[in-house]
Design a protein around this ligand. Structure first.
Ligand code: GLN
Length: 303
């Protein structure tokens, strides 16, 4: 496996293009040459890694599937769909569009849908709700994870677009909490940092019906993992989700920090990290590495 990962990194390093995100100033300072990959198996929890797999990265949108899992477990799929749907948007991750007819956000993988999802996490008070989401990310990873204060502040300062999306969602009645509170929690989950290795374990937990392969912790129920993976498969790569599914064929989630995590149910979770992203918000080298691994390890879901 180690040599397969080295080969995949080489394939990734051979492509160029994309740009490091700049709208969150703290993310703009990252070294664009960082490149890491990790795979975690569902059976036995074996973890393989190569390159910069231990460098902590802001999760940003990679947190979305896991907070969706938490809110789904709290409210059920029907309850969630009264606030945020599960349809691909065909638009950018930060688009302000809503579903024709219902006026709901398209899905929990877009920023608007994710802010609404965060607003629906249960808890007695704002601190408890925030803590539950951050704690849940750590349980998926098998170790405690925390928001990085510098990234959090940077997100808040650069947060006008997300603020607009939150208040827009509130105006349609989709929001489950005060928009300011939901935003603060959304920024906190985005600012949580984890290594590529952690992300592979998080993906493997979804691939393993909600059981963390390292700790054995039952992080979520099989129906929740199945639902989250379904939404990742159709919406996780934004408006590149169709091409991704045809070529790579995994349930996946990308983030503007250059992370992509992907799950192959019953087999493994994988994660890649390379900061330059394309026009869809997906890591250019990350996509290439996943394409390579999909072919090399026969990971396409429909193969
Ligand atoms: N946290 C990022 C934002 O709010 C999420 C976007 C992303 O990673 N695609 O803008």
């Amino acid at each position: 496996m180690r040599s397969v990962l080295d080969e995949a990194l080489e394939a990734g390093a051979a492509v160029s293009g994309g740009r490091v995100v700049t709208y969150v100033p703290a993310l703009a300072e990252v070294d664009p040459g960082l490149l890491g990959v990790a795979v975690a198996t569902v059976d036995g929890g074996h973890v393989f890694e190569a390159g910069d797999a231990d460098v902590p990265v802001a999760l940003m949108s990679a947190a979305k599937p896991f907070v969706y899992a938490l809110a789904l477990a709290d409210r059920g799929l029907g309850g969630m769909r009264e606030h945020v749907d599960v349809e691909p948007s065909g638009g950018r991750f930060d688009a302000a569009g809503t579903m024709p007819g219902s006026g709901l956000p398209y899905n929990p993988m877009t920023n608007m849908g994710a802010i609404v999802t965060t607003s629906l996490v249960a808890g007695d008070n704002p601190d408890a709700r925030r803590e539950r989401a951050v704690d849940c990310l750590g349980r998926f990873a098998g170790r405690p994870l925390t928001p990085d204060p510098e990234i959090l502040n940077s997100q808040r300062r650069a947060g006008d677009r997300n603020r607009a999306l939150a208040y827009f969602a509130a105006s349609t009645g989709a929001m489950g909490a005060d928009p300011a509170e939901a935003l603060d929690r959304y920024f906190a989950q985005c600012a949580v940092r984890a290594g590529t290795r952690d992300l592979a374990i998080m993906a493997a937990t979804l691939a393993g019906r909600g059981v963390n392969p390292l700790t054995g912790d039952v992080v979520t129920q099989p129906w929740v993992a199945r639902t989250v993976l379904s939404v990742m498969a159709t919406c996780g790569m934004y408006d590149a989700a169709g091409g991704w599914m045809a070529e790579v064929g995994m349930a996946a989630k990308s983030s503007v920090s250059g992370v992509i995590l992907a799950s192959v149910p019953g087999r493994l979770g994988l994660a890649v990290f390379s900061p330059p992203i394309d026009e869809h918000g997906n890591s250019v080298r990350g996509v290439e590495i996943c394409r390579h691994l999909s072919r090399r390890l026969n990971l396409h879901l429909f193969a």
